[in-house]
Design a protein around this ligand. Structure first.
Ligand SMILES: [Fe+2]
Length: 266
C-alpha cells in the first residue's frame, strides 16, 4: 500500500484492524498484568507495516547519528547504536508520528495496560528509531522515564547473534544509587530473554522493568521504533527527569527547552 495518508487515515486503518482482535485482547491484558511485557505478532496491520518499515529505513539512511555513550543515570550502562531522534522523524515522517497520535492505538494500549494511557508531555521522547548493526552494539540496562513503551521491530537480528530483549520486572529505579540498583537486580533476579521477529511489536511497563537489548555478537541488524507513553501519575510526577535523553539527543532536548522557555515568557 502506498500511503499518502494523514493521521485520520492511519487511525481508521488501525480501528478496522484492531476490531478483528476480539478475545485476544483479554489474553494480552492478562499477560501484561503478569509479566509487565507482552509481545503481539500482528499489532500493526501489514498494509501499514510496509510504509512504516520503508520510512524507518529512509530516515536511518538520511538522518541517523551514531551514539557511543555510557549513561550515568542508569548505572553507567552503554548505548551503542545508530539513532534518529524525534524531531528528524517528525520533520519528514508520516506513518511513524501518525501511530503516536492515533487515539485508537491509545485506547487499545489502555485496555492492555488496565489503566488509561496518555501521550507523554515531553516531545523529544515521543518516538525514536534505533539501529544496532555491528558487534558490541547494545542498548544497555536501563529504565525509561515514562511508564509505558510500545516497540515495533522493523528488522530483527539473526537470533544466534544477540540483540535480544532482556528484562527483569518489578525493579524500582533508585536514581540516587542506580549502578548499585542495576548490579543488585542482575545478581539476584531471573532475567527474561526474548527474541522479537521483524514485524512484531511489544508493549512494556518500562519505568519499573529493568531492560536492555543485549549486545550483537557479530554483524547483524536490528531496527526498532520506540514509542513512549505516560500513565496518569506521570503527568504530574515531578521526579521524572530526562537526563538520558539529554545525553543521547542533545539537539532535540535543547530545542524543546528553548520552546518551553519561550512559551513561559510569552
Ligand atoms: Fe527502554
Amino acid at each position: 500500500m502506498n500511503f499518502k495518508q494523514n493521521r485520520n487515515d492511519v487511525d481508521a486503518l488501525l480501528a478496522a484492524h484492531f476490531s478483528g482482535f476480539g478475545k485476544q485482547v483479554q489474553g494480552w491484558r492478562k499477560e501484561f498484568d503478569l509479566h509487565q511485557c507482552v509481545k503481539i505478532g500482528n499489532f500493526i496491520p501489514h498494509a501499514l507495516q510496509a510504509d512504516l518499515h520503508k520510512e524507518a529505513r529512509r530516515l536511518l539512511a538520511e538522518k541517523a547519528e551514531r551514539r557511543n555513550v555510557k549513561i550515568a543515570s542508569t548505572g553507567n550502562t552503554p548505548r551503542s547504536y545508530r539513532s534518529v531522534g524525534r524531531d528528524a522523524i517528525r520533520a519528514t515522517g508520516l506513518v511513524t508520528p501518525a501511530l503516536f497520535h492515533s487515539d485508537t492505538l491509545l485506547m487499545l494500549l489502555s485496555i492492555i495496560a488496565g489503566e488509561k494511557i496518555y501521550r507523554i508531555p515531553y516531545a523529544p521522547e515521543e518516538y525514536i528509531i534505533n539501529n544496532q548493526c555491528g558487534p558490541g552494539d547494545t542498548h544497555g540496562w536501563h529504565w525509561d522515564d515514562y511508564t509505558f513503551a510500545l516497540i515495533h521491530v522493523v528488522e530483527s537480528p539473526n537470533p544466534l547473534s544477540g540483540g535480544r530483549i532482556e528484562y527483569i520486572q518489578n525493579v524500582i529505579w533508585d536514581k540516587m544509587n542506580s549502578e548499585k540498583c542495576v548490579k543488585k537486580a542482575l545478581e539476584n533476579r531471573l532475567i527474561t530473554s526474548m527474541h522479537v521477529q521483524s514485524g512484531e511489536t511489544y508493549f512494556m511497563k518500562t519505568n519499573t522493568t529493568l531492560h536492555r537489548i543485549s549486545p550483537l555478537t557479530e554483524d547483524s541488524n536490528r531496527i526498532a521504533i520506540i514509542y513512549s507513553f505516560a500513565s496518569e501519575d506521570d503527568l504530574t510526577d515531578p521526579s521524572i527527569e530526562h537526563a538520558t535523553m539529554e545525553v543521547i539527543y542533545p539537539t532535540d532536548t535543547a530545542a524543546h527547552l528553548v520552546q518551553s522557555l519561550g512559551k513561559e515568557i510569552s
